[in-house]
Design a protein around this ligand. Sequence first.
Ligand SMILES: [Mn+2]
Length: 246
Amino acid sequence: MKIYFASDQHFGAPSPELSFPREQKFVQWLDIIKKDADAIFLLGDLFDFWFEYQTVVPKGFVRVLGKLAEIRDAGIPIYFFVGNHDLWMSDYFQKELNIPVYHDNQEFTFNGKTFLIGHGDGKGPGDMGYKRMKKVFTNPFSKWLFRWLHPDIGVKLAQYLSVKNKLISGAEDVKYLGEDNEWLVQYCKRKLATKHYDFFVFGHRHLPLEIELTKETKYINLGDWIGYFTYGVFNGTDFDLKKFEP
Ligand SMILES: [Mn+2]
């Protein structure tokens, strides 16, 4: 059994031109893993910005979208979790690619092992500013307002803000803070207190992490496809974090 996981590609940022080699590398990876993948999980922030209008989606990303279509059409299940950068994804992936889109963490069982899977944003204690912002962003009225901006204005503005605020913001974001300060670790521990899981798999941290919470439970953070090019693979028993080196 081979189940693959990747997250935080942030395609489109910091500019389409600079994002393009990363896109090509990702497509190359998909081409390799499709040979033995039983399923593929994409855990969010595939796009640095995404918005679906009633009849229109943003330009770009055709190689990635085409590759996902090809793999899905070949019968390999793909699961998509929205990240905080593509939380406005609606039903385009479901309708066009036959890929289900999840907006919150989801439990899965593979080969008797239980997983809790998601992007990982806004979970655990703290991060109140972000949680407030997410409420505004996911509010139907703000979404409705944004929809009526012309896309040449709306998408450009969103791209500008997205790149300015977040991506490749330097080293401070990507240091391991220690178990007591990693809020995803805190979140996993809280979840574990109520129920057993074998694996917690998240993205969002842009930092590859493999942490043994207990002897039976591991928390994995997938890193990113900006600087790390890391991915996860579950072989039916164990979960490994690997680096893609073409
Ligand atoms: Mn991200």
